[in-house]
Design a binder for this molecule. Structure first.
Ligand code: NAP
Ligand code: ZN
Length: 360
């Protein structure tokens, strides 16, 4: 089917007020077509915390108009003659937060050749608010259609419903990757800070990886019951127990921190780590992280690190892991028509635990 048979339309932010529910429906020009591309008719798109940072220009000026959304599932409507993946029109596929890198473009960078496309220095091109290596601008999945280089398109296993597959493509792989990398599993104790879209996945993955003990760490006890249902063995409400950090000091091997705000008690979080423990920051607050006092790092040989989304090979591994371990995210489906209200509610912390927009 030629691309002229459908129009690229979606919810566009035109300035930072978009995050207050002021996105406007409109048409835009997708990236110039290449024979390595795939066009997808979007059926579902998750709402990620990154969508809010971008709509409000929290990470620096956004290239408006901007259509966010990088947890995309839909059906293939056009396949380039040189596309990877053997996709056929009609296939159910997904796209995560990355849309391009030098991989597939005679890419010879150390990152892409070792399967770490998400760290490609020539361009980890975001699914929205990015510039493709061919110069086009990227637009995300709060839309009817999405065009993506095929290297970043994934077949969705039949066992995973589309609304559940969508959030796996960013929130899922962003948490799965560092848990695997830092050895979550038997013999380890893992803490997960911030029970939102990313955090609820982290609890489920850590449990499915057979981690000895998973501790959910949230500001209040409002999400305690849910956390235990998700698989947490223990729960800390940092805003309700003045002694939480001393009570749980030096008990965790790995911390996954998904907190999206800079107003976090970082030094108290670090005190929960055992000797040689690892703190992985995944959340990306507009204002950055609080000041770090060095002594706990020195005296407990702590490591502070970060992690960015996940590589294509890991996305495929994660999807299969979710099937095998029956990991199912908690999603609330909302019509694409109501995307503006959904982002306002997301900003207010209402999802339990991921909103997924669907096209009617
Ligand atoms: P989310 O669903 O809104 O979850 C964020 C959680 O952070 C909230 O549920 C809340 O948990 C906690 N939180 C928020 N404000 C807080 C505060 N002031 N103090 C302490 N905790 C607070 O968002 P998300 O989609 O999971 O995304 C989380 C962050 O990860 C965002 O910054 C996003 O941009 C980033 N992200 C990074 C990557 C990456 O590659 N590293 C990928 C995707 C997203 P409680 O209610 O339990 O306290
Ligand atoms: Zn995301």
């Amino acid at each position: 089917m030629p691309s002229s048979d459908y129009k690229f339309q979606g919810w566009l932010g035109h300035d930072s007020s978009a995050v207050q529910g002021m996105m406007q429906w409109g048409e835009y020009k997708p990236k110039p077509w290449e024979e390595t591309d795939v066009d997808i008719k979007v059926t579902h798109c998750g709402i990620c915390g990154s969508d809010l940072h971008t709509l409000r220009s929290g990470w620096g000026p956004t290239d408006y108009p901007c259509c966010v959304g990088h947890e995309i599932v839909g059906n293939v409507v056009r396949v380039g003659s040189k596309a990877e993946g053997g996709f056929k029109v009609g296939d159910r596929v997904g796209v995560g937060a990355q849309n391009d890198s030098c991989q597939g473009r005679k890419g010879d960078c150390e990152m892409c050749t070792s399967g770490l496309e998400n760290y490609c220095p020539k361009g980890n091109v975001g699914t929205y608010n990015g510039t493709y290596l061919n110069g086009g601008k990227s637009y995300g999945g709060y839309a009817l259609y999405h065009r993506s280089p095929s290297h970043f398109v994934f077949k969705i296993p039949d066992a995973i419903p589309s609304a559940e597959a969508a959030p796996m493509l960013c929130a899922g792989v962003t948490t799965y990757t560092p848990l695997k990398h830092h050895g979550a599993g038997p013999g380890k104790t893992v803490g997960v800070i911030g029970l939102g879209g990313l955090g609820h996945f982290a609890v489920m993955w850590a449990k499915a990886l057979k981690t000895d003990k998973v501790v959910a760490i949230s500001r209040s006890s409002a999400k305690k019951e849910d956390a235990l249902k998700l698989g947490a063995d223990d729960f800390i409400a940092t805003g309700e127990d003045a002694d939480w950090d001393t009570k749980h000091a030096s008990t965790l091997d790995i911390i996954i921190c998904t907190v999206s705000s800079s107003s976090m008690p970082l030094m108290q979080y670090l005190s929960l780590l055992r000797f040689d423990g690892t703190f992985v920051q995944l959340g990306a607050p507009d204002e950055g992280l609080p000041t770090i006092v060095q002594f706990p790092l020195l005296f407990k040989r702590l490591k502070i690190t970060g992690s960015a989304i996940g590589a294509p090979s890991v996305i495929m591994e994660m999807l299969q892991f979710a099937v095998d371990q029956k990991v199912k995210p908690w999603v609330e489906q909302i019509s694409m028509k109501n995307a503006n209200k959904a982002i306002v509610d997301m900003d207010a912390g209402k999802p339990r635990y991921r909103y997924v927009l669907y096209n009617e």
